[in-house]
Design a protein around this ligand. Structure first.
Ligand SMILES: [Zn+2]
Length: 307
């Protein structure tokens, strides 16, 4: 059985690879390759948007690159589908994979060698936002460590009470930054978290920024492992900080180093009525309008979950 591998966890942005499945339906072509560098958005936790990708067929003298969409999908009995397979016959046989969607007229069929390329600038910006997003989550855990009145049910990789894991409802990342939305519901408060710690969101944001800034002074190295694997394989982001190795389960893409210039500008909004906290992080000097859009997006994501 051919393995369908992803190489973006290791940072790859281009691969020449053989098409192993191609399905034409509704004037679209869906195809999968042995090795793809294209990161699709996860339908289960849609934090990082899909890469911007193109395909060409250099082996056939066709160097013109055509835009392709990349999506999570599956291969079953030689046919490709987008999203999750429906229950019933054959669902258990479906192999999760990245599905590339292109116009049906493209001469791409099983056995053809294609070149897939990712927009590198967009990838780099989104990856930096994603790395920053994990660092500020860990810094938020550290800044809120004293807000726990009893032993928390989970601690993060640095040993702090894992507020992020226990309260997060959505995370959105783009080229300009990220916004994480948390809900401090009964569940979190019952576990011993005191929402009094959120009474001064500006001071909290400053403290989170200060902690993350301290970490960035050592230009910490970041790695995602495994760097090359099947789509459904669990991957881990880790970052070597002076406190120890920080780590997170993560399906996205990251930069290999964080520089002090990447230091985050953090802002926190706390809505005590909704018991909702939104934390945005962007690189110093980044477009604030984009993170404004993100905040609105996060609000609507939260509403769709809770209202
Ligand atoms: Zn992640």
């Amino acid at each position: 059985m051919t393995e369908l591998l992803i190489t973006y966890p290791a940072g790859s942005t281009a691969e020449t690879s053989t098409v192993v499945a191609a399905t034409r339906a509704d004037r679209q072509l869906l195809f999968a390759v042995e090795r793809t560098p294209c990161h699709p958005e996860s339908p289960r936790w849609p934090d990082q948007p899909a890469d911007r990708c193109t395909v060409s067929t250099p082996g056939r003298g066709e160097a013109v690159a055509v835009a392709v969409e990349c999506l999570e999908g599956f291969l079953r009995e030689g046919e490709l589908g987008v999203g999750e397979p429906l229950d019933g016959d054959g669902a258990a046989q479906a192999i999760p994979c990245v599905v590339h969607r292109a116009p049906a007229a493209l001469a791409i069929d099983v056995g053809v060698e294609v070149r897939l390329s990712v927009d590198e600038r967009y990838r780099r910006l989104v990856s930096a936002s994603h790395s920053r997003c994990h660092l500020v989550s860990l810094a938020l855990n550290a800044a809120l460590a004293a807000a726990w009145r009893k032993e928390p049910p989970a601690r993060d990789s640095l040993g702090n009470p894992d507020f992020d894991k226990l309260a997060i409802v959505s995370s959105r990342i783009d080229e300009a930054g990220s916004v994480d939305v948390y809900r401090i519901g009964k569940h979190v408060r019952k576990k011993g978290f005191s929402a009094d710690a959120l009474s001064d969101p500006e001071a909290l944001a400053q403290e989170v920024g200060r902690i993350a800034d301290g970490w960035l002074r050592s230009n910490p190295e970041i790695v995602v492992t495994p760097g090359r694997c099947r789509l459904e394989e669990r991957r881990t982001w880790s970052c070597a900080l002076s406190e120890g190795i920080a780590s997170f389960p993560c399906g996205g893409t990251h930069v290999t180093h964080m520089e002090p210039e990447d230091r985050p500008v953090v802002s926190i909004a706390w809505d005590p009525e909704e018991r909702r906290l939104a934390m945005t992080a962007s690189a110093a000097g980044d477009l604030t309008s984009a993170t404004g859009d993100l905040t609105n997006a996060a609000v609507s994501v939260r509403q769709s979950v809770y209202d």
